[in-house]
Design a protein around this ligand. Structure first.
Ligand code: ZN
Length: 419
């Protein structure tokens, strides 16, 4: 029997299933926001500043907010990202030979190659049409596979061999002679559009395994894209629940392109969030600057839980584990935004939420990753703290977290919005 209410994590599983790409993650978030009464705004239109919930989408990034009071003077922002390391279909994908049809792909982000071998894979993404409209496509059934070389032909298979990303990771999708244009014709047919009208595509490989609970007491949860749909989903749930925030405007900002450095017109390094916040405060710079000075941001991403088979990889005094709540990520060199003021912001939100929490610090000799916190904080000049969910197998095609932790992260986000 599960030890806790599973409704949040069940809902996360549904969100992950509906969100194989950043474009789908935004569309599904929008669907959920609209069901809760939020309105979609186009960046090219004039925006209302009345009481209500709103969201806008730019190129796989989404920003949503709610105005709960006629007077408002500060923001509480929960940041996340919508993308995941995977493979991206090349512009002219049809390749192969020797009796096999294959799809040419590029590596997107920090993909551990081995995890994608011998899995049922599919493809999802967006098509941009001749008239500029965007069509989402999601082939929700097994379509591709990157087959492993049999161990008999690869005596070094258990000795940590490197795979060549150009020649050894190309998925197969059928038998016969490859024909130029065939794959995109297939995708257009799946999307119900004419291939001749498809003028651009962002298509990615998708891991198809269903999210699942694991363990004797089912206290673990496995899925693809925990990094970082757990945070995006926590922010959606918290924002929908964030009534009574007074003069502070709660905001969810989940960005595309975090896994490749955030430097795009919609990524965390872009002016997207700044532009939204500015528009909400009107054209008086004084008012905007005072609001920024009174604001706080929490940037949420997954982090590395203690791996029981590699305890030496972790800082011995700071060893977060699944099931014990979200963690604050601390780094003296600000790879995570986490000074004393930021720590206090985190503690106030955690205290308001009444949840357990942990601390993450890298070993001095293993610098670790970074995330959008330092970027957004620098970009906006807003006090920003990095938080996250401890997981195992980060960037794998199937990651693992504590089953109760996603709900605690949503509680933390609500604590940020309402404390
Ligand atoms: Zn991440």
């Amino acid at each position: 029997m599960p030890r806790f209410d599973r409704s949040h994590t069940d809902d996360l599983a549904a969100y992950i299933k509906a969100s194989p790409t950043p474009y789908h993650a935004c569309a599904e978030a929008g669907r959920r926001f609209e069901a809760a009464g939020f309105r979609r705004l186009d960046e090219a239109d004039e925006w209302p500043v009345d009481i209500g919930g709103y969201y806008t989408v730019r190129d796989g990034s989404i920003i949503a907010w709610r105005i709960n009071d006629d007077e408002y003077d500060a923001f509480r922002i929960f940041g996340a990202h919508t993308d995941t390391p995977t493979f991206k279909v090349k512009p002219r994908p049809d390749t192969g030979g020797a009796g096999w049809k294959q799809i040419a792909v590029e590596v997107y982000g920090g993909v551990p190659h081995q995890t994608w071998l011998d899995r049922d894979l599919s493809v999802a993404g967006r098509l941009v049409m001749r008239d500029g409209s965007e069509v989402l496509v999601h082939v929700d059934r097994p379509l591709l596979r990157v087959p492993r070389l049999a161990i008999h032909l690869d005596r070094g298979a258990n000795e940590g061999q490197k795979l060549n990303a150009q020649s050894q990771l190309t998925p197969i999708w059928g038998l016969g002679q490859p024909r130029d244009g065939e794959f995109l014709e297939f995708i257009a047919a799946e999307a119900g559009v004419d291939a001749a009208d498809v003028f651009g595509h962002d298509l990615f490989t998708v891991a198809l395994d269903e999210p699942a609970y694991l363990g004797k007491d089912e206290e673990l949860f496995a899925a693809w894209r925990l990094d970082n749909l757990t945070s995006t989903h926590a922010g959606i749930a918290a924002l929908i629940a964030a009534e009574g925030t007074g003069t502070r405007v709660p905001v969810l900002a989940s960005f595309n392109y975090e896994e490749i450095g955030s430097m795009t017109y919609s990524g965390a390094q872009s002016p997207f969030l700044e532009s939204v916040l500015h528009r909400l405060m009107g054209d008086d710079f004084e008012t905007y600057a005072r609001a920024i000075a009174a604001s706080g941001m929490m940037s949420s991403d997954t982090g590395n839980a203690l791996h029981p088979n590699y305890p030496e990889k972790h800082e011995p005094g700071h060893r977060p584990i699944p099931g014990a709540g979200p963690m604050i990520k601390v780094s003296a060199n600000q790879r995570y935004a986490s000074g004393a003021e930021e720590q206090a912001l985190f503690r106030r939100a955690a205290e308001a939420a009444g949840i357990p929490w942990q601390t993450y610090v890298n070993r001095n000799d293993i610098p670790g990753g970074t995330t959008i916190g330092p970027i957004s904080g620098t970009q906006l000049g807003i006090l920003t703290v990095d938080v996250g969910l401890p997981i195992l197998s980060m960037h794998s095609a199937r990651e693992l977290c504590g089953a109760e932790d996603p709900g605690l992260l949503a509680d933390l986000a609500l604590g940020l919005f309402t404390h």
